[in-house]
Design a protein around this ligand. Structure first.
Ligand SMILES: [Zn+2]
Ligand SMILES: [Zn+2]
Length: 329
């Protein structure tokens, strides 16, 4: 049964089968005429069944709510197609709107280049097999149209006067929702308790032209300037001390950056090699035991840090037979 975590705000727990995140927190904000549902769960029957059960238990009828999608990841946007009825508005940022409404995203081509350039192909990943990419595997059903929201846009639901807060980093165009009177922040995957949001690169190691980790750190400062009593994240438990959590997340990334500079002291390495030497909070005994999807995520995380260090002028990168190597300047 959905838990009322704040008057008129219900947390719906949507299980994510075979996924280390375990479950998604969707939130239903009760309004007068229409309600707002924040995020959905994967495009899988187990997620849809859980969502329909939770909504029914709350007495929420079909087509009585609009959807707010924080970002394009399948655990947040996957069921959008199944929850859209005649009057449903799907509110989301531009990048996510494009991916939900366009027929082809080019994810397969990007995957191929990423696996080669990151050095993952040298570690046994097959660049042609994009099926391990969750963006390909659990791609959301396409929807006809979405209403693109921008930073600062207001959304009124019942007594709640929500504001969209663009928080680039975890994905391009990630959106949080802030309620200044009640001091609530629906944080999607920008701020999580316990777990650290994955920061990757959205492009290929050689041609990437945006510093996503740098953007993420700026977006942490951005929400750090808001008055917040309660953070309602996309996974795990609610967060009561936003500033404390921001400090922890920043410390985590700064530690990783230092650690990488140390690892690159005497040699040049690929993104995958750096990832294989980092410490991961996973239960596998060694890098070789990581399933391909976890190697892919870990390498993306390593590359967001390496790219940040290139943007900061501390590292340089070079291309050797299609593989990108990083070295100290
Ligand atoms: Zn996410
Ligand atoms: Zn998520």
């Amino acid at each position: 049964m959905a838990e009322e975590v704040y008057p008129n705000i219900h947390k719906l727990t949507i299980p994510l089968p075979k996924n280390p995140l375990k479950a998604l927190n969707a939130y239903l904000i009760k309004g007068n005429k229409r309600h707002l549902l924040i995020d959905t769960g994967f495009n899988r029957p187990e997620c849809l069944a859980a969502m329909e059960k939770e909504l029914a238990e709350l007495g929420i009828e079909k087509d009585s709510f609009d959807l707010f999608i924080t970002h394009l990841h399948g655990d947040h946007s996957g069921l959008a197609g199944s929850l859209v009825f005649e009057n449903t508005k799907v509110l989301t940022g531009q990048y996510c709107a494009d991916s939900l409404t366009k027929k082809s995203t080019g994810a397969k081509n990007r995957f191929y280049d990423f696996v080669i350039q990151s050095g993952l192909a040298d570690m046994g990943l097959t660049p042609e097999d994009s099926s391990i990419h969750p963006g390909v595997r659990y791609a959301a059903q396409k929807i006809e149209q979405a209403q693109v929201i921008k930073d600062g846009d207001p959304i009124k639901v019942g007594d709640f006067e929500l504001l969209c807060v663009e928080t680039i980093g975890h994905t391009p165009g990630h959106m949080c929702l802030y309620e200044p009177h009640h001091q609530l922040l629906f944080s999607g995957d920008h701020i999580l308790g316990k777990i650290t949001p994955n920061i990757a690169i959205w492009g290929n190691p050689w041609t990437i032209d945006q510093d996503y980790l740098g953007e993420y750190l700026k977006s942490l400062d951005k929400v750090g300037r808001l008055k917040v009593k309660l953070v309602l994240p996309g996974h795990r438990h609610l967060v009561r001390d936003l500033h404390q959590r921001i400090s922890e997340l920043k410390a985590h990334h700064h530690f990783r950056l230092e650690d990488m500079l140390e690892k690159l002291k005497d040699e040049k390495l690929t993104g995958a090699q750096v990832a294989s030497r980092m410490k991961w909070d996973l239960s596998y005994s060694s890098w070789d035991k990581f399933p391909p999807a976890q190697k892919f995520f870990a390498t993306g995380e390593a590359l967001s840090h390496l790219t940040h260090l290139v943007f900061s002028g501390l590292l340089k990168k070079e291309l050797d037979q299609e593989v990108v190597y990083y070295a100290r300047r």
